[in-house]
Design a protein around this ligand. Structure first.
Ligand code: ZN
Length: 107
């Protein structure tokens, strides 16, 4: 349940790079990170995150999730994480429209 793509990437990046290096890195993700992954982005030291489909749009499509915008999590931290998104949201949402109804048995 905690092996979200962002979590896996952050764990892998932390094994190879220190926080000083990660501060100059951008994490790109097709969907806005959940509250857990946003926290991991913060603690990893990654300096910038770009997402396509918003958590709100995912919630509209799938009806699941925490529905906490990543900015709401990240703005509470002592250091700044630049957040860019949503970008290309309609295109990114198509993946979810194709996946979630079948996955949840609603198709
Ligand atoms: Zn997540």
């Amino acid at each position: 349940m905690t092996n979200h793509a962002e979590m896996n990437l952050i764990k892998l990046a932390a094994q190879h790079y220190d926080t000083a290096f990660l501060a100059g890195c951008t994490l790109y993700t097709s969907t806005e990170p959940c509250a857990m992954c946003s926290g991991a982005i913060y603690w990893s030291g990654i300096g910038r995150m770009v997402f396509a489909c918003s958590e709100a749009r995912l919630g509209e499509i799938a009806g699941i999730g925490l529905n906490v915008p990543s900015r709401a999590v990240l703005q509470t931290g002592a250091r700044t994480v630049t957040v860019v998104g949503p970008t290309l949201e309609d295109e990114a949402a198509e993946v979810h429209r194709a996946f979630w109804p079948k996955h949840l048995g609603k198709a």
